[in-house]
Design a protein around this ligand. Structure first.
Ligand SMILES: *Cc1c(COP(=O)(O)O)cnc(C)c1O
Length: 452
């Protein structure tokens, strides 16, 4: 084993030994007829082992171990905000902003003009307020943290009133009743699963009520005999009792004039209605980094800022850099739609999608792979707009004798992993979540996978 490790020139000792040990173990298992050898490498599958094969296999294992675990993948699923695939890809200016502060010192918490300690919030709080019409803004680690902080800061030790229709689970174990409990507030449920009226809230408001919480059922819809109270009457009622409203809009809509976002609650609307705190995500339809944004009244935001949890939930500098750059793009709605990938994909023109799908099809055909362009419905994903079907052309690949599952597996394990969507035995490459470069990578991945 040491001898084998010694032949892996350029590989540090410990990983070389580990790779040699695994290569030899694989070989031993193959030779002793172990059926679960788990190697797809034909060089190793042959019982007539050559030392060169063993060295090659050990080298491959060492290279695999040296590769970063977290790496880019090609998203050909058509799901724009895919939580498993890292949610929103950033706009170029946001990527640049991250790069600029990542390897250098920065004025993260230094007031350059005054030469005194500053707040990391100062880089974005004005932008959050400006873009939402709120008096003040605050950003934390993610939207789950924003809701927890809002509830803890406004209502710990007292009561939070929530409609039974909004005691929802958003996924990744974010459940409204659990969040309220963790905040230290007592949950007061009003209404029913399908119908909650203003009078239900009115009856529940009392001397112990610290806040009313509204949660957007982001990833599902109830239909039929359903009723919820709109944000305006709810805020008006709460104001009569001097109770603040926390509105968790989840993804929310900050972009203006984007018809595809019509079913998401506009952040501006909740702010204008008088919600004390509106919470929303940075990396869903906003199209920025993981972050939780709070827009609200000066007083409520100040209470969140001063709460001890704020320190534990704070945003890191790389996300902050990306968030500032993303928010700046929103100052020009046209630039936002052009530069922010999530908005660009959401509003992509049929003609653009068709030409990309056709380009993939023709490149695949020219390399001997059967493919056709069909119509298919994509999704927004990320627990947003569950009813919105993003219909459009997609390139459907015939997996042939390799089979759909094996093709998908090979694509995941390729040098640049490609994640597609299965439909009726075809592998779909959806142009909506691909640009020219990643579409080429998807095609190259399919060609390689079918040849392997
Ligand atoms: C997605 C979502 C959250 C959680 O947001 P993260 O940024 O993932 O923490 C909270 N509330 C609602 C309504 C959501 O849709």
């Amino acid at each position: 084993m040491e001898a084998l490790a010694g032949r892996l020139t350029g590989v540090p000792h410990a990983p070389a030994v580990a790779a040699a040990r695994r290569a030899i173990a694989e070989q031993r298992e193959l030779l002793t007829g172990g059926s679960a050898a788990g190697s797809a490498d034909p060089g190793v599958a042959s019982p007539a082992v050559l030392l060169d094969d063993l060295v090659g296999r050990a080298r491959a294992l060492a290279a695999e171990a040296a590769r970063l675990s977290l790496r880019p993948v090609v998203n050909a699923t058509g799901v724009i905000v895919h939580t498993n695939l890292g949610r929103a890809p950033l706009a170029p200016s946001a990527v640049e902003a991250v790069g600029a502060v990542a390897g250098e010192y920065s004025n993260l918490e230094l007031d350059l003009a005054a030469g005194i300690r500053g707040s990391r919030q100062s880089h974005v709080d004005g932008l959050v307020a400006e873009l939402t019409g709120a008096e003040a803004g605050l950003v934390v680690n993610n939207c789950a943290a924003a809701v927890l902080l809002a509830a803890a800061a406004l209502a710990a030790g007292r009561e939070i009133v929530v409609s039974r229709g909004q005691l929802v689970e958003i996924g990744g174990s974010f459940r409204i009743p659990d969040v309220v409990q963790q905040s230290g507030a007592a949950l007061v449920e009003v209404g029913t699963t399908n119908r909650t009226r203003l009078a239900d809230y009115a009856r529940a408001l009392g001397p112990d009520t610290a806040a009313v919480l509204r949660a957007h059922p982001s990833n599902f819809r109830t239909v039929g005999f359903v009723e919820e109270v709109e944000i305006e009457p709810l805020c008006a009622l709460a104001a009569e009792s001097g109770v603040p409203v926390i509105d968790d809009v989840g993804s929310g809509a900050v972009a203006e004039r984007v018809p595809e976002l019509a079913d998401e609650p506009p952040v501006r609307r909740s702010v204008a209605a008088g919600a004390a705190l509106v919470c929303f995500s940075g990396d869903k339809l906003l199209g920025g980094p993981q972050a939780g944004l709070l827009a609200g009244t000066r007083e409520a935001v100040e209470r969140c800022r001063r709460h001890p949890l704020a320190r534990a939930l704070r945003i890191d500098k790389l996300s902050l850099a990306a968030l500032e750059a993303t928010l700046r793009l929103y100052r020009d709605p046209t630039a936002a739609r052009r530069e922010i990938p999530v908005l660009r994909m959401l509003t992509a023109e049929e003609s653009e999608l068709r030409s990309r799908a056709e380009a993939m099809r023709s490149e695949l055909e020219s390399r001997g792979v059967d493919a056709t362009v069909i119509r298919a419905a994509g999704k927004v994903g990320g627990g947003a707009l569950p009813l919105l079907e993003l219909e459009g052309p997609a390139c459907a690949v015939d997996p042939g004798p390799v089979g759909l599952e094996e093709l998908a597996r090979r694509l995941r394990l390729g040098d640049q992993p490609v994640i597609g969507r299965a439909r009726d035995g075809w592998l779909l490459l959806d142009p909506r979540t691909l640009d020219e470069e990643s579409a080429r990578a998807a095609v190259a991945g399919v060609v390689a996978a079918l040849r392997a």
